[in-house]
Design a protein around this ligand. Sequence first.
Ligand SMILES: [Fe+2]
Length: 265
Amino acid sequence: MAHYIDMHNHILPAIDDGPRNMAEAVMLARDLVAAGYDTVVATPHTFEGKPAPDLILKRLGQLQDELKRQNVPLKLLPGAEQLIEPHLTARLQAGETLTLNQTKYLLLELPMLQPLPVYTEQLLFSLRTEGYRPVIPHPERVIALQRNHRLLYRLHQAGAIFQVTWAAFIGRIGPAAQKTARFMLDANLVHLLATDVHGPSTPLLAVDKAAAYLEQEKGDRFAALMLTTRPGHLLDDRTLDLPLPLTPAAHPRKKAFFLSRLFKA
Ligand SMILES: [Fe+2]
C-alpha cells in the first residue's frame, strides 16, 4: 500500500469552497485513500486570518473523528492556504493563521488573475527573515507567472518554494497551466506537488496518470520524491534539499526553448 502525503487540499467540510458537508468530505477522503494517500494536510482558503485557526482545528477534529468511525485510514494535519496580504508575517507571529502542520512552511497563495501585488518580494523577504518558508501553491495557474516565466526565477530567488498541481501536467487545468507546469519541470522549479482537490469524484485527482508522465520525464525516483520523501521532510520541519534552477547555459538541450520562453514577455 502506498503512503503518499498530500500537502494541499480542501477536504474540510463547510469551511470554504470544498465539501459542503461531512458526507462529501468523507467521500473525498475515500478517493484520496484509493489514490494511495494516507496523510493529508487540510488547507482551507484563508484571508486576513479568516476563518480563524480555532474553526479550522474544530472542523479537522470533527472530520478525523468521523473518518475513524467509518474506518477510513486517512490522517489529517492542520494547515491553511493563505491568500497574500501585506501583514502576513505579523499575523503568523500572532498565531492568527496556520502554517503547514505547525512547521515553518506555509502556503502563500498569489492572485490568479491580477498582476502580483507590488509588495510580493518584500513579503517573501520578511517571511524568510522571520524564519518562515513560503510555499506558493499552483504557480502554473497564476496568469502573471504564465505570461512571464522570469518572475518564477525571481520569486524563487526571493525565497519562494513552488508547489505545482499534479493534474496540471496532463492538461486537466487547461493548456496554459500545462505549458507553465512543464516549463517549470524542465527548469527544476517543481519543488513540491499536491492535489488541491476540492471535492469527491473530481477528475483533478489524477495522481496516477500525472505520476506516470513525471516518471517518463524525470525517472521513477522523482515521483516518489514528490509523493512521500519531500513532503515527509517538510512535515518534519526539515530543510528541503532543492536543486538549483536550470538556466539555458546549464541545460543546452533546452536552450532554444528556454530563450524563447524567457524573453517572450
Ligand atoms: Fe487550494
